[in-house]
Structures are given as structure tokens and as C-alpha cells.
Design a binder for this molecule. Sequence first.
Ligand code: LLP
Length: 411
Amino acid sequence: MVFNSSIRYLDEGLRVDNVDIEAILREVGTPTYVYSLRRIRENFHRLKSAFAATNAGIHFSVKANGNLDILRVLGDVGAGFDCVSGGEIFRALKSCAKAADIVFAGVGKTRPEIAYAITSGVGWINVENLGELHHIDTIAAEVDAEPVRVALRLNPEVTAKTHPYMATGHGAAKFGLTVDVIRAVFSRQERYPHIDFAGIHMHIGSQLGDTDATLTALGKLLALIEDYPRVKTINLGGGLPVAYRFDETIPRPDRLAEELARRLRGYNVLLEPGRSIVADAGLLLAEVLYVKRQAGQTFVVVDASMAELLRPALYGAHHEVLPIRHIEGETVTTQVVGPVCESADLLGRDRQLPPLNQGDKVALMTAGAYGMTMASNYNARPRPAEVVVDGDRWWVSRRRETFDDLLRFEN
Ligand code: LLP
């Protein structure tokens, strides 16, 4: 059984590229994130070529996965980075990214973060707030920086079809600036002598299953900037969807890419994909701790939880669960749960799985995006190890946290 070009069963054992997962399990244990660098490169190249006609610059959204090996690999194949905090800029720079290839976004940038971004020389700041413009202008003057390139983030007042927590383009959302506010800013540009208003930014949500809302919003964006010929760069954010269920098909980005090529001729186009580059390159390995049958249910308690993978608890998100050793035959309706003291700590509801036993290992699939970056130490759980696979080789990219790590910041 093949799940994607990097992840498949071979001789009954789950493999990531040429590496048998059991080899990783023997040395690293569980819970552990595993990522295929090969798949990440492939996903990047697929997007790059889908959007080749617009010559889009791809800025990987670090919030999806900030692992340094992954950032390095993406930098090597020519990605820039979308960062939403000083910490993410720091990570990107540590991975050897060029500051000019970083866009700095975010609803609430602090003054020190803005100063850090400007002194580091980031390529763009995506602005969502008038107060932010004031900070940027005064800091740029203080440090005698070149005019800072800014993309105002448009809130197009278009509701994207996605989980409500992932929609960001409706008028009631906290994100971006509405058309009237942007027009008012453009009419007062001379108040900000240290800002170069060269771009416009928009991101209407994540895991966008259809492109209609994006195209409607794009129409509004183009109508707005028609009056401002200085705006030559359009950043369309991220949001490309991935399939989380094996039987799910998601639209290829081709239609969107074609429309962009047709409508954005003459513009410099940037994109900020996160999920579509890393999600299906990652999985979270866990061990079955207990099997409990009661009240007509079969509970499989694993050693991963909402602390390691928050998405099911926060969004009701679906991640397929696969046994590491393929087992043919009957299946049982199973509740895959974690050890955390919350009813929301349900990683897989009503899954048809072969009968699992104590000590069996499973993989939570498509966990490469918003997995480790949203992991916490809830219930004083040390965060998991991260392993990267590159062809035949694999290594621990981030070691498992220890109990001592949990106390590191306390007196
Ligand atoms: N650009 C901006 C301004 C964003 O807010 C986001 C995601 C992205 C780019 C990247 O979007 P992507 O290509 O990954 O869809 N934690 C949620 C997703 C939240 C996304 C937040 N913003 C999840 O686990 O699904």
C-alpha cells in the first residue's frame, strides 16, 4: 500500500523513503515525529512548477513546521520564509536563511520584534495595523535603515469555506485592514517617509478546499490596487489544502495557478504555503499502552496525545491511524485516545483498525504541519523527538525533551 511517494508499506512494514520505521523506533522510541526531507523537497518543487507561469516566490510558512533541518532543506531549494514572530525570524536566520528572503507577518508584532526584523534586514513586513506603521517608520528612522518594504494586509471581507478557526478573510476577523482603511493609508503615505508601500498582502484562510473565495477576494484586491501603480508585489498568503483522509481528493492548485497567471501579469507574486509543503511528509509514531473494552467501546490508549498533536482536539481534525506492521483481516471500531486528562484527548474517533495489542506501534499520518509547532508540555509531558529521513539515511533532528528540560526555566 502506497500513501504518497515517500510513505508506504513494504513487506508489511511501514517505510519512509528507504528507511524502515522499526529501525527508528528501536533507537528513538515513541512518541516521535518523523519527516521525509525527500517528500518536502518534492512538494516544494511541485508548487514551484504549478505556479511557474506567475514566477511566484514561495515563502514557506514557518508556523507549520519550524524544524531547523526542514528549514535548511527548504532554503537550499530556494524557498523564502514567512515568519510571524521574532522567534520564527530567529529560527529562519539560524537555518541560514537570507534575511531578505523573509517576510514578517502577524496581527500583533511587538516593538522589539519590529526592531529585530528591521535591523536583521527582512525583505518585507506584512502590516495589519496602523500603529504598526508608526513603529516601523520611527524604528527605521532611529536605526537609519533603508525604507522598509511593506505589504498592507487586505481583509477582503470574504468568508472562506474552511474550519471557522482557520478562516481569516471575513470582515469580523481580527486579521488585515479593510479596503477603506487601506485607501486612507495610501492617501497619507508621505506621513511615513521610511516606509516603501510596495506591496499588498492577503490570506483568507487555511485548508481552503475550493478556490472560489480566493478568486473573489483576489478580484477585490486587484480593484483596490488599480489606483496605486506603486504596488507591484502581491502576496497571496498560504491556504492550499492537503488530503487528510485516504479517500479524500483535493483540488490540484492548477486552476488557481492558471487564474493567477492570467490576472497577475506584470506583478511580482509571493505565496506563503505551509501545510501543503510539510503535512504529508510527516507522521507521529506512538505505542499502544493499553487496550480497554467497556461500554460497548474499544479504547486504544497510546503514548501520544493532544500535547503532541493538538489538531484533533482543537479542530476535530482527522489524522489517519496506521499500524506500523500491516495487519490484514478483520477490523474493529476503535477509539484511539491519549493519556492526557481531557475528554478532548481523542486522536482518532470510530476508526476501523485491526485488533491492536499492548506494545503495538501506530503512526498518526499527515502530521508534518502544525504538529510539533503546536505541541505543548501539558500534563508535564516532555515534547517528542523529531527524526528526519533523507533517502537511506535518518537522524534525530531534535532530541526528546527530558524531565530536566521541564524545569529549565524555574528557580
Ligand atoms: N500566511 C498567513 C498569513 C497565515 O496566517 C498562514 C496560516 C499561512 C500563510 C500558512 O497557511 P497554510 O498554507 O499552512 O494553510 N493550526 C491550523 C492552521 C492555522 C493556520 C494559520 N495561518 C491547523 O493545524 O490546521
